[in-house]
Structures are given as C-alpha cells and as structure tokens.
Ligand binder design. Structure first.
Ligand code: BTN
Length: 325
C-alpha cells in the first residue's frame, strides 16, 4: 500500500485527495494518514491541506523497494527487491536468498556493505548513502562455460545507462565501466554450478553515484557520476534504469547464448578498442592492440608479431600501457 501511495503522490503534480487514496487502496482515511506519517519519518516531505489532500514536496534519496518500484518498468528484474539497511555483501545475501527459495530476478540492495567484495579477493568499499551496491539473482538456462558473458551483458547495460548522462562512459573489458579513464562501476559475477548445469549466478554491481571525494589511495583511478557531471542523482531511478536496460540486453543474449547480437553495441563502447593494451599472465607482460570482443566475449588482441589472441575473461589481466585503462 505504501508503495502504491508513494507512486500516486509522485505521479501527481498537485494534491491527491485523501478520498482518492482511500478508494485506490480500499482502506480508511486513518490508514492513509498512518502511511503518510511513516513516509514523513522516512524523510519524505508531504504537504497536507484540508479539503485538497496530500502533495509530495520532496523525497529523500532512498533505495528502498518502494522507491525502486516507483521507477521500475521491468518484467522480472528486481522483482522482488530485498533491502538491507546494512549487510555484509549483497552477493552473499543473494546466495542466502537463493537457498531460501527466492528466484530469478531477485535483487538484494543495501545502503552499506561491511564486507563488500571486489574481484581477485579485493575489498569493495563504499560510503553509506551515496552509492549503489546491489546484486541480482539469475537462474539462466545456459551452459556454465558461457556464464562469464553475463558480466559483459551487465557491463553493457550499465554503460548504456551511464552514457545517457556522460557520453564518454566506456566499458573496460571485462568487468568495469569507466569515465575519463577512471573506474565508476565494478562488477563481480559469482556462480554455483554442476558440470554442465548452472544452479544460479549472482551479478553484483557497485556503482559510484554521488561520492564527492575518494580516499587518496584510489583518487587517481576512481570517479563517480557526480564528479563527472557536477549533478546529484536519484539512486533508485538509476537502479530502475540499469535493470530495465539489463533485461533487454539479457534477453537478446539468452536467445543465442553468445554475443553476436550485442557485439557491435559492446565494441562501440569498449574503451580499449584500437588502443594498445598490456597483457599480464603468470608474471610475463606483452602488448598488442585490442580489436574488440568476439562472439564468445573474448577480447581479440593483435599482438606485436601480427598474431591474434582471443583472451578469455579471468584468464589474464588486461590494462592500458600507461595505467589502468
Ligand atoms: C570489482 O571491481 O572488483 C568488482 C566490485 C563489485 C562490487 C559489488 S558491490 C555489490 C556486490 N556485492 C559485493 O560484495 N560486491 C559486489
């Protein structure tokens, strides 16, 4: 009911009469009044005028299910959304939710992770209340060998959404989205599978949204949407937009279980396309020119000796010759 009332207040320019809300929800005026009190406690400013009704004058930047649903246009992604004020890692929450019977499309979202995980055993830290840390549960009917492509699918969706705000947002294959050469988003994909069968995939996405300053150690390589544009963003709206874009890219991917339908879009946004990259594997370094991804999501690199390598994600580290990008 709270969600429906919030949606109605948001969609209405002026006042919404108490009577209309009562009829919409099939409850008494007292019940509506109680919801308004709850919303005010959560930081919403609601004007109440006798004989006119209620009007929303300002909404806090919250990422509760009600806020997310009020923007969400997906068929299955983020349905349901499970919110934690604070948790260890949303990827770990999704594993737990799966064992409790939650299904494909469930989203776990939090204001604060106290054990956020990055790739290669790194820590993912993000201050409370300014960024996005969330994970989606997928139960895809694809071969486990193809699961790593889901990271590319997610990266493409995030980059498409960010590039509406920042035209030079790019994908750093395979897991990051960057703006001006600095990381704005990291993706951690985890999977539980049998030999030829996926139990589930967790797609964890961390996005720096409204952060104003970063610790000195990462200042040179990290950025936020705010730092890139000077604008503050509604995180719930971004979440809704990301998963709407993801749903569409995912459905294209699932139809073929490889990347042909997405390769062009992906390669257009690939930061290293036609640029020199350094490949690090087992202590050795070599350089080449990145040509784009192939239909399996491998990065094609033309090496200095003219040979071509198709690099699988997770196999080696690929970075720019002058630094991170
Ligand atoms: C990386 O760049 O190394 C990946 C970072 C992934 C961070 C996200 S935040 C939400 C989800 N929960 C986690 O513990 N990690 C991912």
């Amino acid at each position: 009911m709270k969600e429906a009332i919030l949606k109605c207040l948001k969609e209405t320019d002026g006042y919404v009469s108490g009577q209309r809300l009562c009829e919409m929800c099939g409850v008494s005026r007292t019940a509506i009044w109680k919801v308004m009190s709850q919303l005010r406690e959560e930081g919403y400013e609601i004007d109440a005028v006798k004989n006119r009704g209620y009007r929303l004058t300002s909404a806090p930047d919250r990422i509760t299910p009600e806020e997310i649903y009020s923007h969400l246009k997906t068929k299955w992604a983020c349905r349901p959304t499970v919110y934690y004020e604070e948790t260890d890692s949303t990827n770990d929450r999704i594993r737990k939710l799966y064992t409790e019977g939650y299904g494909h499309g469930t989203l776990a979202v939090t204001e604060l992770q106290n054990a956020g995980k990055g790739r290669r055993g790194r820590v993912w830290q993000s201050p409370k209340g300014t960024n996005i840390a969330h994970s989606l549960l997928l139960i895809p009917e694809i071969h486990p060998m193809n699961a790593s492509m889901l990271t590319l699918v997610a990266g493409l969706a995030v980059c498409q959404v960010l590039s509406r705000e920042v035209p030079d947002a790019r994908i750093k294959w395979p897991n990051d989205v960057v703006i001006g050469g600095k990381k704005v988003c990291g993706i951690l994909t985890e999977m539980s599978c049998e030999m030829d069968y996926i139990n589930y995939v967790v797609l964890g996405i961390g996005l720096n949204v409204n952060t104003e300053t970063f610790p000195e150690e990462i200042e040179a390589v990290a950025t936020s949407l705010y730092l890139a544009t000077g604008k503050k963003y509604s995180r719930s709206e971004l979440i809704a937009n990301i998963w709407e874009a993801f749903e569409s890219v995912y459905e294209t991917f699932i139809r073929t279980e490889d990347m042909p339908g997405l390769m062009d879009a992906y390669n257009k946004l690939l930061v290293s396309k036609d640029r020199q990259v350094m490949i690090e594997e087992r202590g050795t370094r070599s350089t080449g020119i990145a040509e784009g991804i192939d239909r399996e999501g491998c990065l094609i690199v033309r090496m200095e000796d003219g040979s071509k390598r198709h690099i699988m994600s997770g196999e080696v580290s690929v970075r720019g010759v002058l630094g991170y990008v």
